[in-house]
Design a protein around this ligand. Structure first.
Ligand code: FAD
Length: 405
């Protein structure tokens, strides 16, 4: 079997390596880890890790012995700088050239930065990797006055923990509601109310135009309406950009990320791309999409492993996602942000309910608050391709669980 090289040892890269071994792939597997730690999970970094309730070692996917015993060569602090498609090799920063038979690009994404100065200031932070979370965790002990730029999942998760730890927190969001890119207005409104009730300030439809500073520290955020928000710590959480430059420089097709086909091949038949960096044709949504979730990274990795082992499997998993914000467990099954009709199942007053989402009368997913049973039922319904209707779920006594039976 041909040697497999995987660029990026995040959720998708590590899963590919282990899935290949689970499928008895006997060729060489080299995993290029651009970071200096053993590969780790990111979700806890904006959640429990900030509260000191999990240790560094519990973030690690697999310990060193497991890489050894599975004969997965993990090259720590090894960054790929060029893909040479003619010679089928990857150039590393160390000057080394690694030959591949099949190449998997799993380079993930990086944080989007603001279109003005300030990102370099000593109290302006981002949150993507372990180093970021370590620094933020230390800063939170000082209970600073915090401004979070961006009311998406990461910004809200961070804000919840910071508030719990005693900080004063203001979220500034350019859109008219929080998590607008991913969830329907009903869920945005509910979550926003919960955060407001806990004392987090949320400024909507507010654009920051500058970060004012003094002696290398941000002092306040300048809003487009002329007002100023004083702050001692700033978190910039305004989305991510796929790491697709290596692929682009190698002449592979890149759009919103590295373009792949249904079997996750790039425009080169020996190169795959998966996870946060890949844009794929989604049967589920009927268009090309790029997803930023653990589910997508893991399931795409499994599909690629199957394809390297000789099958021709199309990626068709049902998308799902979660976010923990204080005692709110938000779970999303399907893709719901474009829903035109929503039906609430359960009573929001109980703090446990779901929003069933429809687009053009098609059932597209469910957003749940503290209701894992509904979430699992929704995933079963979507996986089975069950066409439930607004009437089905609106029927007195109907629940997702009963419909999924
Ligand atoms: P990554 O995990 O980002 O891994 C990519 C790796 O490639 C990185 O280690 C990077 O350093 C490396 N790399 C890049 N370029 C090179 C190169 N040239 N050479 C070598 N290595 C390179 N998802 C959920 O579903 N639920 C959550 O609650 C959730 N919470 C999150 C919280 C945080 C703070 C973050 C940052 C993400 C969260 N996510 C969550 C998203 C999820 O973690 C990502 O979707 C997932 O990690 C994507 O996996 P990936 O392998 O594509 O990318």
């Amino acid at each position: 079997p041909e040697p497999v090289v995987i660029i990026g040892a995040g959720q998708a890269g590590v899963q590919t390596a282990f899935s290949l071994r689970d499928m008895d792939y006997s060729g060489e597997i080299t995993l290029l880890n651009g970071e200096n730690f053993l590969p780790y999970q990111r979700p806890p970094l904006s959640k429990s890790y900030l509260k000191n309730s999990v240790t560094d070692s519990s973030l690690i996917f697999r310990n060193e012995q497991l890489y050894e015993s599975k004969q997965i060569e993990i090259m720590q602090a090894s960054t790929a700088i060029k893909i040479n498609r003619q010679t089928k090799s990857v150039s590393l920063t160390t000057g080394e050239e690694l030959p591949y038979g099949k190449l998997v690009i799993a380079t993930g994404a990086r944080n989007r930065i603001l279109p003005f100065d300030g990102g370099e200031l000593k109290n302006v932070f981002q949150l993507r990797g372990l180093e970021d979370a370590k620094r933020l965790r230390l800063e939170l002990q000082k209970k600073p006055k915090i401004a979070v730029i961006g009311g998406g999942f990461i910004g809200l998760e961070f804000a919840s923990i910071a508030k719990e730890l005693g900080a004063q927190v203001t979220i500034v969001e350019a859109a008219s509601r929080v998590m607008a890119r991913a969830v329907c207005p009903t869920l945005s409104d509910y979550v926003q109310k919960v955060h407001l009730a806990r004392g987090i300030e949320i400024l909507l439809a507010q654009k920051i135009v500058a970060i004012n500073s003094s002696s290398d520290f941000a002092t306040d955020l300048q809003m487009h309406d002329g007002s100023k928000l004083p702050c001692e710590l700033v978190l910039v959480s305004v989305g991510i950009i796929p790491n697709s430059e290596l692929a682009e420089a190698a002449g592979l097709t890149v759009s919103n990320g590295i373009q792949v086909d249904a079997t996750l091949h790039t425009s080169d038949p020996d190169i795959f791309a998966i996870g946060d960096c890949a844009c794929f044709p989604s049967d589920f949504s009927g268009r090309n999409i790029r997803l930023e979730s653990v589910q997508n990274a893991v399931d795409q990795a499994k599909t690629v492993a199957e394809n390297i082992c000789g099958t021709s499997t199309e990626y068709g998993s049902i998308p799902w996602f979660w976010s923990d914000q204080s005692d709110l467990k938000i779970q999303i099954a399907g893709l719901t942000s474009n829903a035109d009709t929503t039906v609430v199942s359960g009573d929001p007053a109980t703090g446990k309910f779901s929003v069933c989402c429809f687009t053009n009368n098609r059932f597209v997913g469910v957003e749940s608050i503290n209701h894992p049973a509904d979430h699992m039922a929704a995933r079963r319904l979507l996986a089975a391709g069950r066409k439930i209707t607004v009437q089905d779920i609106s029927h007195p006594g109907a629940t997702l669980k009963s419909l999924a039976k």
